[in-house]
Design a protein around this ligand. Sequence first.
Ligand SMILES: [Zn+2]
Length: 425
Amino acid sequence: MNATRIRVWTLALGFLFGAAAMRAQVTAIRAGALVDPAAGTLARDQVILVEKGRITAVGAAGATSIPPNATVVDLSKRTVMPGFFDAHTHLCLNLETQEGAGLPALLRSLLAATAIETTAYRSIEGVANAREMLRSGFTTVRDVGNAGNYADTALRRAIEDGLVPGPTIINAGRIIGPYGGQYHGIPPERADIAIPEYIYADSPDEIRKAVRENVAFGAKVIKIAVDDQPYLYSVDDVKTFVREAAAAGVKVAAHCATDEGSRIAAEGGVASVEHGYRASTPTLQLMKAKGVYLVGTDFTVQASKAMGMDEYHPMVVDRLKRAYQVGVPVAFGTDVVFVKPNETRGTLSIEFITSFVEAGVTPRLILQALTTNAAKLLGVEKERGAIAPGMAADVVATPDNPLEKIDTVRHVTFVMKDGTVIRND
Ligand SMILES: [Zn+2]
């Protein structure tokens, strides 16, 4: 080794040890109150110790000693809880939805966006939306496709590599659907116009190949569109997806707009029914029996209007009410793709709790949908979704106690992601 090389090595090692020493720095959060969503309880005057991105201790202020060199974050006037989850995002898609123009117009604008926009631009949209989701308290999301040619994989990697701030992402890559994807009336001259937004897969062989292709290009969950064409996937088709996905260690999320689609997906053993707008009570009962989550994308009045889907708001509120009566596991998921002045992807998404409130869901259950339940659905419950020693330090704080006033989750003042403070105001 020559002198220059030794110098470079010394510098590199010095940098590494320096970085390690910085990371070993302890952060102590003084929480005025700490909420445990799983138990539905609140404890006053708690201390949370964070080191190297993880929670190392949680306890009453008097009983938990703060190391002398710790950085103290004073949240003594706030209520602290685990970061939120959105189990149905499309971070790499912004749509001009032509408010009020209805579903066909919406699909046309999706087609326009996907046909005209580059994947490079889509990933930059993803960076902006990821940042705003995180600022609103969403520390983990499941991003379910519509990301061009794997913009979502690029976004996930950029966040994991620390290039840009954003939530932990479980991404779906390309959505797999029967011929035509989710588009209707595609021109025969341009039969592949839905590609790369979708992978067409009809036969069992095509289904297996589509799953493998998706996983090879970075998908961490498989998203299928069960019932957007007159030809639905069958229970056997869904089982083929689930088997092939399981072999690759990933779960299946199924877009189901109809009752029949929701029933087929549940029968086929998917992890979650997305939307389930028209799911009947017997279908919800089947979902409960099979342990299938509902990710209801429960449009607020504002979101329904923006999407040109006014009639969906009362429909999803009624379906959400029935889902909770039946006891289906519910994970919070939004499906926001529209843009609105003076709002961000984050503020538009967290507003969806108002649909839960309208359905009569208690604050405790809403918090569980936002944290514990979603963590289980995403398969990260040993890492995230609770504030306990060993868990990732994904922490948010609100002005009020959400168990009494759930609306306070729309006004997050503090966000910590993997131990890094994102905002504190
Ligand atoms: Zn969606």
